[in-house]
Design a protein around this ligand. Structure first.
Ligand SMILES: Cc1cc2nc3c(=O)[nH]c(=O)nc-3n(C[C@H](O)[C@H](O)[C@H](O)COP(=O)(O)OP(=O)(O)OC[C@H]3O[C@@H](n4cnc5c(N)ncnc54)[C@H](O)[C@@H]3O)c2cc1C
Length: 429
């Protein structure tokens, strides 16, 4: 608990809002950023927190939360203002997503897939090289996607994973887009496709391949495939340890036609982004920043005897509990500091130091959230990990973070070690 702040006018009478994870004045956020982030926090605390247990128990998608996100303008958080969105930059989005993750991990993680469809095609694409004609065409196409989101509440997802090395960035995607008159024919399979069966558009990464051509990562296309298109199907079940509300089932594409306007980025621009804007892959971490804060908040409340629905028994007077809380607070501040710096310096062409810091931030958040949740369970004890309380869900959800490709905890370690020791092109021969 970072302390209580006064109720905002829109909050319910009974709920005193939690203080922001990142205090706007301490972290030098401007008023516009603070307002957007507060909107996310308020929605998370007053509405999403109360629904989270049911989505988790039943492994159902938080569709009601998406209707609320739309009403609050947050489906369009990163859509440029000229297209009717809130125009939030990378840092503002990341801080808002952490606040949502604090109250419902599955909503924050799926919201990330949706928002990235707009962040990558929006402010991120604006940083990349395109000739004038390509940029004009991109502007026209993205207007269509943004209008659907802002006006109709359309939901986008990001199914990239295929079960091979493609989602880790190692090889070209196996899902293929064959050029045809007016568009492409898509064939392929995506696993762990969050929002499957609930998104209106699947933002699929696939490899454009003309007849007889070899697959190349340079020819990656990023296409929004309508969920209702002929040849799209959702298969398999979804009954995982954590992040159960993400409903990440398998998607199949069999001879699916999409027109050229399905492109979320022009030809070659996704590859350019992956090379020049690496922080694009750090966007899965805000959810887990929020979960780390949530585990800490819960522990303070529990030890103070202030968790609603539990007897007002205080446990804070035991020195062992105090030491555990101190360890959690230190870990939390370490994570916050590294992560805040990394999301603040996200940009095109970052320095080597900034890229290594981004990996370190991802690793720290993804592993650290679960370490804090583990300490929280040990410290609060058996009664605190009953399913009637959020801690055990936070613990399970937080375990999933370091598995997210392309920056899994293992791959971050791998890259930090290699890139710290070798300059580009260096070998030991
Ligand atoms: C809750 C949840 C939601 C998800 N939602 C989505 C989504 O919406 N869209 C999406 O695209 N994906 C999503 N994913 C998928 C995720 O990114 C992984 O693709 C997924 O966890 C499957 O990974 P795996 O461990 O089976 O991968 P594998 O490829 O089997 O990798 C296993 C481990 O080996 C390591 N590894 C993999 N490749 C390499 C390499 N080249 N070099 C060294 N080590 C390597 C990594 O540490 C990895 O964790 C989601 C996953 C979860 C858990």
């Amino acid at each position: 608990m970072t302390g209580q702040v006064s109720k905002s006018p829109a909050a319910t009478d009974k709920v005193a809002l939690d203080a922001p994870i990142f205090d706007p004045s301490a972290f030098r956020l401007n008023a516009e950023q603070a307002t957007i982030i507060a909107r996310a926090r308020e929605l998370g605390q007053t509405v999403f927190a109360g629904r989270a247990a049911a989505y988790d128990r039943d492994a159902t998608f938080p569709i009601e939360n998406y209707r609320d996100l739309h009403r609050a303008g947050l489906l369009g958080i990163s859509i440029p203002k000229t297209h009717g969105g809130l125009g939030a930059d990378y840092q503002t989005y990341a801080l808002a997503a952490a606040e949502i993750g604090r109250y419902c991990g599955a909503t924050a993680l799926t919201w990330n897939m949706h928002v990235c469809s707009t962040l990558w095609s929006g402010p991120l694409a604006d940083d990349l090289d395109m000739d004038t004609a390509t940029r004009t065409e991109h502007e026209r196409r993205r207007a269509t996607h943004y209008k659907r989101i802002v006006e109709d509440g359309a939901i986008y997802s990001q199914p990239f994973s295929e079960g091979g090395a493609a989602a880790a960035g190692g090889v070209a995607f196996g899902t293929e887009a064959k050029p045809t008159k007016g568009g492409w024919i898509i064939n392929g399979k995506k696993i762990f496709a969050s929002l499957s069966g609930h998104a209106d558009y699947y933002g699929v990464l696939c490899t454009e391949m003309a007849e007889g051509e070899k697959a190349s990562r340079r020819n990656t296309l990023y296409l929004a495939i309508p969920a209702k298109a002929d040849g799209v199907s959702v298969v398999g079940d979804w009954d995982p340890l954590g992040m159960r509300g993400t409903v990440s089932r398998t998607l199949l594409f069999k001879d699916v036609f999409v027109g050229e306007d399905a492109a979320l980025m022009p030809r070659g621009v996704y590859f350019q982004a992956a090379m020049r804007w690496p922080h694009m892959f750090l966007t899965l971490s805000p959810t887990y920043m929020g979960l780390a804060q949530a585990a800490y908040d819960f522990t303070l409340r529990y030890l103070r005897g202030e968790v609603p629905g539990t007897p007002p028994v205080k446990r804070r007077m035991y020195p062992t509990k105090q030491i555990a809380v101190a360890q959690m607070q230190i870990k939390l501040e370490q994570i916050k500091a590294t992560w805040f710096q990394a999301v603040t310096e996200a940009r095109a062409n970052p320095s080597k130091e900034q890229v290594l810091r981004a990996y370190a931030a991802q690793y720290s958040v993804m592993e650290g959230a679960n370490e804090i949740a583990t300490l929280a369970i040990r410290t609060c004890g058996g009664q605190a990990m009953l399913k009637s309380l959020p801690l055990e869900r936070i613990y399970r959800d937080s375990r999933c973070g370091s598995l997210m490709l392309p920056w899994t905890a293992e791959l971050c370690l791998d890259r930090i070690g290699r890139e710290a020791l070798y300059e580009t092109g260096e070998t030991d021969d």
